[in-house]
Design a protein around this ligand. Structure first.
Ligand SMILES: C[S@@+](CC[C@H](N)C(=O)[O-])C[C@H]1O[C@@H](n2cnc3c(N)ncnc32)[C@H](O)[C@@H]1O
Length: 229
């Protein structure tokens, strides 16, 4: 089931790689502000040398990493070769691209000062998320920071459904068609695992992360900051 899901995710993103960036800007409320929020709470003195991005897609967050930390070595992991190719065509900066399922890879200890991700980790299930978090913790430097945004569920079904209906209103108001909305909903039903903010906080703390905080939230979209030390 898990590998089938990864394969489905990869086929989906391969098929939409060319239209992804435009579609996501129409369909995700305050998308650009959300990406910016990943960097907002990094201490000014924190200058990461090695950065890992999970689920880099067509490079919208990668561009911001480069803007914020032009001297860093960037490793970007994505399961979709088509998305990686699209990213390469848009970004001339040298990035170490790895085409892989991020739940399958193991980096050595002390590999990364900063790990970032945007709307990608919800493609794996809750058990896999917990294993992934533990692997991320282990490959971070002692002063490492993990800052990411993703789609989370809600504490109640009613609130979750309200999030979805507000999301739909937003997407349609931005010019999204019913067809595009239905495509994302079908993708969500087929491949997504939304979990609560509380679960994410608990998993991060159980893993060993400190100073775990939600630094931004709007409907499903939530930004989390966590430090290793
Ligand atoms: C919604 S897109 C986000 C892309 C980009 N981070 C952004 O914010 O626009 C999700 C990305 O995660 C990648 N992805 C999903 N599951 C993955 C996995 N298990 N391993 C590696 N990449 C994965 C997809 O191929 C896709 O490019």
């Amino acid at each position: 089931m898990e590998n089938t899901n990864s394969e489905n995710v990869l086929n989906f993103y391969n098929s939409i790689s060319k239209q992804y960036s435009e579609s996501v800007k129409r369909c995700v409320p305050f998308y650009e502000e959300m990406l910016e929020s990943i960097f907002l709470f990094l201490p000014e003195s924190f200058i990461p040398k090695n950065i890992l991005e999970l689920g880099s897609g067509t490079g919208n967050l990668t561009k911001l990493i480069i803007k914020n930390f032009p001297s860093a070595n960037i490793t970007a992991v994505d399961i979709s070769q088509e998305c990686i190719e699209e990213c390469k065509s848009l970004i001339s900066f040298p990035v170490n691209y790895i085409k892989a399922d991020f739940k399958e890879i193991n980096f050595p200890e002390n590999s990364f000062d900063l790990i970032v991700s945007s709307i990608s980790i919800h493609h794996i299930n809750d058990k896999e998320k917990q294993i992934l978090l533990s692997k991320l913790f282990n490959c971070q430097t002692i002063n490492g920071i993990f800052s990411f945004c993703d789609q989370f569920s809600a504490e109640t079904k009613e609130i979750y459904l309200k999030y979805i209906s507000e999301w739909k209103k937003y997407a349609l108001s931005q010019g999204s068609s019913d067809e595009e909305w239905n495509m994302w909903m079908q993708h969500q039903n087929n491949h997504d695992y939304h979990s609560t903010l509380e679960n994410h906080n608990n998993w991060l703390k159980e893993t060993g992360y400190k100073n775990v905080d939600c630094t931004k939230r709007h409907l499903l979209w939530t930004t989390i900051f966590a430090q290793k030390l």
